[in-house]
Write a protein that binds this ligand. Structure first.
Ligand code: SF4
Ligand code: SF4
Length: 275
């Protein structure tokens, strides 16, 4: 008899707990926004994190919750942005795709080293070793941390030790930009072809001591630009891409030839080696 009571009471308890759990599951259930899966379906699925969220599903949830912009996936670019906007029922402007640009010409032939570096083959580690082995404190260290950071195999080291971007593979995700300890890489649209290929803020005489093609801050480009698109910032010429008409005057006038029109730039050394 005692056995029967125990069985009935256990069964009753099980029933009560089961019902409570069922009611709680229904009451406390978090309804998933169906747009999350729809957005996920149109994203490229690269899971690169370039949007600033942990993977594509994190980005999709953030968009559906209104916490991320519909055009926040740099890999998908305009085509994906339009699809995400349609799912969200909003308008989306036409943004131009962007590509990584390595703004330094200080390859092994053009720029000198301060000391021989034999540490980890990583630009961040090298930059922390006495400020880096390069004579130019702003120049590319050439150890390819940007190359390793690119999830799309779109950036490779040239024979002379500078990274070169393959536009056909670059998605403009900006991972290389964030990986570079020298802040040498920037994103540009295909139209933004004229660039100062230097990031040095050192004074002219110091630049000349360590690099043959560094910006010496002379300001000749700024004085000659008919559009007033160039300003000098702390010894470095900076081009306002929204004003630049790609007339090429600054490219011709720069005495050290550190302003280039077009990308990738073939260095003088590589031209000589190819001849
Ligand atoms: S080169 Fe840079 S911006 Fe282009 S895909 Fe690779 S990491 Fe992204
Ligand atoms: S661009 Fe930056 S990350 Fe890439 S090799 Fe040069 S220093 Fe290293």
């Amino acid at each position: 008899m005692a056995y029967l009571y125990a069985l009935v009471s256990m069964g009753a308890l099980g029933l009560i707990f089961g019902l409570s759990l069922g009611v709680a599951a229904k009451k406390l259930a978090v309804k998933k926004d169906p747009r999350v899966d729809e957005i996920l379906g149109v994203l490229p699925g690269a899971n690169c994190g370039a949007c600033g969220f942990p993977g594509c599903s994190g980005f999709a949830s953030a968009v559906a919750a209104g916490k991320a912009p519909v055009d926040g996936c740099p890999v998908g670019q305009a085509a994906v942005a339009h699809k995400v906007a349609a799912i969200m029922g909003v308008e989306c402007g036409d943004s131009q795709p962007k590509y990584a640009r390595v703004l330094c010409l200080g390859d092994r032939a053009n720029a000198s080293d301060l000391f021989r570096y034999e540490g980890i083959r990583d630009c961040r580690a090298a930059a922390m070793t006495g400020g880096g082995f390069k004579g130019c404190a702003y120049g590319c260290l050439g150890l390819g941390t940007c190359v390793a950071a690119c999830p799309f195999d779109a950036i490779h080291m040239s024979p002379n030790g500078l990274p070169v971007v393959d536009d056909s593979a670059c998605t403009g995700c900006g991972k290389c930009v964030r990986a570079c300890p020298r802040n040498i890489i920037e994103l540009r649209t295909a139209e933004e072809t004229v660039n100062v290929m230097c990031k040095s803020h050192a004074r002219g005489p110091e630049v000349k001591q360590v690099c043959k093609v560094g910006c010496i801050g002379c300001g000749i480009c700024a004085k000659n630009c008919p559009e007033k698109a160039i300003a000098m910032h702390d010894n470095l010429a900076v081009i306002d891409q929204s004003k630049c008409t790609r007339c090429g005057v600054c490219v011709q006038k720069c005495p050290v030839k550190c302003i280039k029109n077009g990308y990738p730039v073939t260095s003088e050394t590589e031209i000589k080696e190819a001849v």
